[in-house]
Design a protein around this ligand. Structure first.
Ligand code: PRT
Ligand code: MG
Length: 226
């Protein structure tokens, strides 16, 4: 006899945009379709073709929170988001699979013409604007570079252009955004991709429903290669 809560559908937390778009083929590989698109639908809870699975649409940086507290059984979030989340919240999450989707690089970037190497060698104290405070702090600590970190929530590319910072730490995929703002990447901090994260309690109590999906995601993402 199982409690009613175990019969409810599994809940997968996703952000709209690239994570949602790149997750759809993984769901399709598990035989699951989603008929509504969060870009056009205002619904935050989306049914799927499987009665055992529903999606919730949340901000990318909120995905780990929903999963950690068990409001979602599992979720998909970038390594960038997970790393910053882990700086403030311990435990409650398993990161079983690198899904090889939403790939990009976390980079240090500066204005064209700014001599970053010289600034580093001179031991200048650098002002760094970023949303990725933990990753940035640890990167410069490893290099032995003194930095003042200025936390921003978006549009980091603007900071060096208006004198807020000497450099930014931001995600780069095509490089188009840096180029459009006359910035150049001068250093890699980390390779980023999205991970499947699972609530620890769900993994134990809802394994019968979760495991087949986790395995289908693993197979589909392995075929994409690193
Ligand atoms: O937008 P919002 O504030 O809600 O949250 P978010 O920006 O965290 O969400 P979203 O959907 O933009 O990104 C979700 C995840 O996708 C991120 O956490 C990353 O793991 C991953 N990802 C992959 C990226 C990129 N590529 C990416 N290029 N996230 C953001 N970007 C941005 C980057 O910050 C920069 O502004 O795109 C711009 C650079 O792109 P290029 O192609 O011009 O180099
Ligand atoms: Mg964004």
């Amino acid at each position: 006899m199982s409690p009613a809560s175990l019969d409810r559908p599994l809940t997968l937390a996703l952000s709209k945009g690239r994570i949602f778009d790149e997750t759809m083929p993984l769901l399709a590989a598990a035989g699951i379709q989603v008929s509504e698109n969060p870009e056009t639908s205002r619904k935050l809870i989306l049914p799927t073709s499987s009665p055992d699975l529903q999606l919730i649409i949340v901000r990318a940086s909120d995905v780990p929170t929903y999963v950690q507290y068990g409001a979602a059984d599992f979720g998909i979030a970038g390594k960038d988001v997970l790393y910053e989340h882990a700086a403030e919240h311990a435990g409650g999450l398993y990161q079983p699979i690198d899904l090889n989707i939403a790939r990009c690089r976390l980079c240090v970037a500066v204005r064209e013409g700014f001599d970053y190497e010289a600034a580093v060698h001179q031991g200048s104290r650098l002002r760094i604007a970023t949303k990725y405070v933990r990753a940035a702090r640890e990167h410069f600590a490893r290099k032995g570079v003194y930095v003042d970190i200025i936390k921003l929530y978006g549009s980091m590319e603007l900071a060096p252009l208006v004198g807020l910072a000497d450099a930014i730490v931001d995600l780069v995929s095509t490089g188009g955004t840096l180029k459009a703002n006359k910035l150049v990447a001068v250093e890699d901090v980390a390779d980023i991709s999205a991970r499947l994260i699972v609530n620890q309690a769900s993994l134990k109590t809802r394994a019968a429903k979760l495991q087949p999906l986790i395995e289908a995601f693993a197979r589909a993402s392995a075929s994409k290669g690193p």
